[in-house]
Design a protein around this ligand. Structure first.
Ligand code: 6R9
Length: 677
């Protein structure tokens, strides 16, 4: 094979390294059992058959009423899929399985403490618990269809129970990643106008019992200052008498769910007949400006799309035990721990803690003990597991038929370790490229139909038609040349809008290449993903990274502006600039450059204060690799900070010609400082 990629610089400024490209083929054993083996799928989902082809995905679900129109473009680019259809996500993930499968495990919950019992929750038990909690939300918390609720919870079985109870009532959930700080949680409470916050007392992470409820107290206080009153905090209790005992409950505001739910034992709540186009949830994600944006996902279109992706790309059958290691607080967890697998009646695994504690064998022990046969993780976890225990998987007797990677580009050598050591040469791998905004996969291989190629996500999945455009909007047709990857057509999993900010939605994802902003024709609205990519001769896409200001740390997306804004809260800071630095395990890390206010002395204490401020406001995942206290920022004559130059310095690259800058001399000073350390 050995196909050469050309070095090219677009606005993305990403060098594409030449590398050997190999194909790997699925075994006949895998193909023999696969859900999708019909090559006509690509023809059926060609643009000529758009949008009607997508009814094939919608038919995987149970509808109260079928749709009046497959795709309504009257408010383009806010597209409505399966308009007029009526459906409930909770019903589709639970009730419809009861007749045949009520005693099958829906959720395996694995606590961090190995001496604690693994919980195996059947579909019947899930039904009971979701109904009881839905009754509590409706009758005790006063929530109704269309209300928003913020959920700030760690990984636990109670998290999907909470989400599905909301979905049952038509309450729009906004789950905030449990590791995010109180202030990040508060921002999301305010933006979504949530008057109810759902939290948990505590959780274990890498050997420590972390009190989580304190975040709720702080978040509610911050939100109140910003004008959003939270009148009820519902606290799930996992460790009664332990962590919660030092967290005072506020009278009349805070309630332990475990106590209140007793009143609702045995309650049943009829699922709301939601319109297909009603929002199911908000998922906040980082943007290029400081404020995170609430990606709004629909009920019918989203659920149809993630169910189809789970069935055809993840190859999930009801008999499979499926483990996606992501956190439910990210889109991967929503789509591929909760909604997709449960809609298909699979058993989904949820675990508390981290894969590398108490030792590098934990993941493989879980896989072995639960008979996991489909495994889903991210390059950052694969790199970490490879580093601390390259031979660990061989000690355990699990067998995977299928493995996924998601979240960042995966280096071919890491891919190969994943295939041989983790997959034991028996499992197929799908590299799935997609985003919070896209609900489900955009590019990947259909595992029984297309060979795998380490380092490339693959072609568009059936129904997705990618195109690479240059900065002028012309198609880049030459293989190996980088450009901006866009999707030519809408699809059912696509976000509907940014919560409360339609203009930002249009500006961020469409404005760049839309030639006619008045158009009601979907062809005029290519979706701009914000990633740079190349396409090779075989039609496979290789994703190179973000073209905008988003840094992907361990698969978590952080806006450079978010981190900079957090640094600027420290009163001694004058200017802040964040650039991504390559990191062996995490993929990227933020490097933070700070110019202090005049007269402020640059000390280690101040650098630490800034770093702490970021952890406090955003969370530990945003902690800078290093805080560089510099005399001045390199700037253009118009005063713009040249992040490109700082990025080159941090990554020990070539800073290029800096003579046109307003202050070229500072570049050398900063370079010396970084090179010396
Ligand atoms: C699902 C998810 C989205 C960004 C995306 C891209 C990067 C995701 C990838 C990948 C290369 C893959 N990304 N999957 N890059 N190969 N298989 O990760 O959503 O958190 O919104 O991040 O992640 O840069 O634009 P999200």
């Amino acid at each position: 094979m050995g196909e050469k990629q050309v070095m090219e610089t677009t606005e993305a400024q990403i060098a594409v390294h030449w590398q050997e490209e190999d194909y790997y083929y699925p075994s006949s054993k895998f193909i023999g059992q696969a859900n999708l083996t019909d090559p006509d799928i690509y023809d059926r989902f060609s643009l000529d058959n758009f949008p009607d082809c997508f009814t094939e995905y919608a038919e995987l679900l149970t509808w109260y009423k079928y749709w009046d129109e497959v795709l309504d473009t009257s408010d383009a680019p806010c597209f409505k899929w399966f308009r007029g259809g009526q459906i409930n996500a909770s019903y589709n993930c639970i009730d419809r399985h009861l007749k045949k499968n009520k005693n099958k495990t829906a959720i395996h919950f694995v606590p961090e403490l190995e001496e604690e019992r693994v919980d195996h929750i059947t579909y019947q038990e899930l039904y009971v618990r979701v109904n009881e909690f839905a009754a509590l939300l409706r009758d005790f918390a006063g929530l109704k269809r269309g209300d928003r609720v913020t959920i700030h919870m760690p990984m636990s079985a109670e998290l999907p129970i909470t989400m599905l109870a909301c979905a049952r009532l038509g309450v729009i959930h906004s789950v905030v990643f449990g590791g995010f700080s109180a202030s990040a949680c508060a921002d999301r409470i305010v933006d979504s106008n949530s008057r109810v916050l759902i939290s948990m007392d505590a959780y274990y992470r890498a050997g420590n019992l972390l009190n989580h409820k304190v975040n709720a107290d702080e978040a509610v206080a911050i939100a109140a200052k910003d004008g959003q009153v939270v009148d009820k905090v519902l606290v799930w209790q996992r460790y009664p008498g332990k962590a919660s005992s030092d967290t005072p409950m506020v009278d009349g505001r805070d309630y332990f769910v475990n106590d209140v739910v007793k009143k609702y034992y045995g309650a049943r709540v009829e699922p709301e007949k939601m319109l297909s186009e009603d929002p199911l949830f908000l998922m906040y994600t980082s943007g290029t400006t400081g404020k995170p944006k609430g990606a709004q996902h629909s009920t019918g279109g989203y659920l149809a799309y993630v169910t189809a992706m789970s069935k055809y790309i993840q190859d999930i059958h009801p008999k499979d035990v499926y483990w996606c290691m992501a956190d439910i607080g990210w889109i991967t967890g929503h789509s591929f721990i909760v909604y997709g697998p449960l809609a298909l009646c699979a058993s989904t695994v949820i675990y508390e803690g981290v894969p590398t504690y108490p030792d590098a064998g934990r993941s493989w022990r879980i896989a072995q003990d639960l008979d996991v046969n489909i495994f889903h993780t991210a390059p950052t976890a694969i790199r970490a597991l490879r580093k601390i225990g390259p031979d660990e998987p061989a000690k355990y007797t699990y067998h995977f038929k299928h493995m996924t990677t998601v979240g960042e580009p995966i280096e071919p050598e890491v891919w190969k370790w994943y295939e041989s050591a983790v997959g034991k040469g028996e499992a197929i791998i799908v590299d799935t490229w997609w985003q919070t905004e896209t609900g489900g996969f955009l590019c990947s291989t259909v595992p029984a139909l297309k060979p795998m190629k380490p380092g490339s996500a693959g072609p568009g999945v059936p129904g997705i038609h990618p195109i690479i455009l240059d900065d002028n909007g012309d198609e880049v047709t030459q293989p190996g040349i980088a450009g901006n990857i866009c999707i030519q057509n809408p699809w059912p999993g696509q976000m509907q809008t940014i919560w409360g900010d339609r203009q930002r939605f249009v500006d961020t994802y469409f404005a760049r290449y839309c030639k006619n902003p008045e158009s009601k024709d979907w062809r005029d609205w290519p979706y701009v993903a914000g990633d740079a990519a190349t396409r090779s001769q075989d039609g496979y896409y290789r994703i190179l990274g973000r073209i905008d200001d988003v840094i992907n740390v361990s698969g978590h997306r952080l806006g450079t502006k978010e981190i900079e804004s957090a640094a600027l809260v420290v009163q001694e800071v004058a200017e802040a600039a964040v650039v991504p630095v390559a990191h062996e395990i995490k993929g990227k890390e933020p490097d933070l450059y700070i110019a202090l206010k005049p007269g402020v002395e640059a000390t280690d204490e101040i650098a630490k204060k800034i770093s702490d401020a970021i952890c406090e406001q955003i969370g530990k995942i945003a902690k800078p690799r290093k805080v560089w206290l510099v005399p001045d920022m390199p700037k253009t004559r118009s005063g713009k900070i040249m992040r490109r130059v700082l990025g080159a310095i941090s990554n020990k690259g070539d800073v290029g010609n800096v003579m046109t800058l307003a202050n070229p001399e500072v570049v050398e000073t900063i370079k010396n400082m970084v090179d010396k350390s």
